[in-house]
Design a binder for this molecule. Structure first.
Ligand code: MN
Length: 423
């Protein structure tokens, strides 16, 4: 069997130029179609490979997976087989979809059973997320927030360049692209000299993030090193970490984010494997001051992922309001995972760890309304003539991301969410 996916390989399934899902990607998701129950699928062009059918027809016989791994509402059972097994599965699918391989493509009846149009399918939440952690790993974002809310001369708190700062979020409110988000209600303190008030959030915001999903980690009490981290990461998706800035400002002292963050986070449906992203890795920033030894790492661990955010008012047309890149991260995933487990904290199959808002150096690269409108002082002008400081009811926020090198594009699709008025 192949050990890597060649950049010159093509699939017998036709893939449009500019598709996020060529044979070099092969991301995993959960979908259903017709009256059939949910199952595992792999995206190729505008089709989905039905892995349950593929298994049932005997194409995955020599792998360690069983039927229930694919006849499943979540990817977790499949992922519980670990990195090497999942890598082998993806390479077997590559082999079967390769133009040079006749096993599947020559059997029209099987092809008909195995390939589903994405337009006929409903995507479901891919992972049953056990624990969700949100980091705060973009230096530009942390600097912008520190400048706005504290002191421009000491924008970064003293720990920031030493620790991949993060907090434990809430897994129950992680939802899929397409599911609307209701404007949260909560306590706010709009006037310094007056008591707090209760009502719908007035400063609703998105956060442009990427998240990674983990395999089973080590037992409680053991740590994962930066060198080992890749073996514990299955893949990545787009992540919109919805934020209520007015609730956040009042509640966050001294223990950090709580109700301003846990009302919803939205993810894209396809998990793009770390293997598919490997060729887009690039060097990270020089880390000065030098990090402690357990945070040192070797090789290129940052990834060049082009990101954009679109905002569409109710009944209007889309405005691209931000263009950023995952390469702007200061701390990479290997450092985040090493830090997360250095105290012996265990991670489990299906944990989700988000990057924190990904802002770049220039104002057009900022990854939140808070930064784009600079705390509401510079409203964004939209094509329909309206302005936005923060998000309005009826707005739809879309995030997209892809890697591109020469002719090879590996993309994430999108996470799209409409905002509904408060209850
Ligand atoms: Mn966040």
């Amino acid at each position: 069997m192949s050990t890597t996916i060649s950049n010159s390989a093509q699939s017998w399934v036709s893939v449009d130029k500019g598709s996020d899902f060529p044979i070099q990607n092969l991301p995993f998701g959960i979908f259903k179609y017709g009256e059939k129950p949910p199952r595992v699928g792999v995206a190729i062009g505008d089709k989905i490979v039905d892995l349950l059918q593929l298994y049932s027809l005997g194409y995955l016989n020599n792998l360690s997976f069983s039927k229930t791994d694919f006849a499943n509402m979540y990817l977790n059972d499949m992922m519980s087989h670990g990195k090497e097994a999942c890598r082998g599965l993806r390479l077997r699918i590559y082999e079967l979809l390769n133009k040079d391989n006749n096993e599947l493509q020559s059997n029209a009846n099987h092809v008909n059973n195995i390939l589903v149009n994405q337009s006929d399918a409903t995507m479901l939440l891919p992972v049953q997320v056990g624990d969700y952690t949100d980091f705060y790993s973009s230096r530009e974002h942390a600097t912008n927030v520190g400048t706005m809310f504290r002191d421009p001369d000491n924008a970064l708190l003293p720990n920031w360049l030493h620790i991949p700062v993060g907090y434990h979020g809430r897994a129950s409110s992680i939802i899929l692209s397409g599911e609307p988000v209701r404007r949260p209600k909560g306590q706010q303190k709009p006037n310094e000299d007056e008591p707090p008030v209760f009502g719908p959030c007035k400063l609703l915001d998105f956060e442009l993030e990427m998240a990674f999903v983990t395999f089973n980690g080590k037992p409680l009490g053991e740590s994962i090193s930066t060198k080992e981290a890749d073996d514990y990461i299955f893949g990545m998706c787009l992540f919109n970490d919805w934020s209520a800035r007015d609730i956040q400002k009042w509640e966050y002292v001294p223990l950090g984010p709580f109700l301003a963050k846990n009302f919803a986070s939205s993810i894209s449906p396809w998990i793009v494997t770390l293997d598919a992203l490997d060729q887009f890795r690039i060097p990270g920033p020089t880390q000065e001051p030098k990090v402690l030894p357990y945070l040192e790492y070797e090789g290129n661990k940052h990834i060049d992922i082009k990101l954009e955010v679109g905002l569409t008012p109710e009944g209007g047309e889309e405005n691209i309001i931000s263009k950023s890149n995952y390469k702007h991260m200061y701390w990479n995933m290997n450092q985040q995972l090493a830090h997360h487990t250095v105290n012996g904290c265990n991670i489990k199959c299906g944990d989700m760890m988000a990057s924190g808002t990904i802002s770049g150096p220039n104002p057009e690269n900022y990854g939140s309304m808070l930064e784009l409108s600079w705390k509401g002082t510079k409203p964004l002008k939209l094509k329909d003539g309206s302005e936005r400081k923060f998000l309005q009811d009826g707005d739809t926020v879309v995030m997209r991301g892809y890697c591109q090198k020469d002719d090879i594009r590996v993309g994430f699709g999108q996470v799209s969410t409409k905002i509904l008025p408060a209850n």
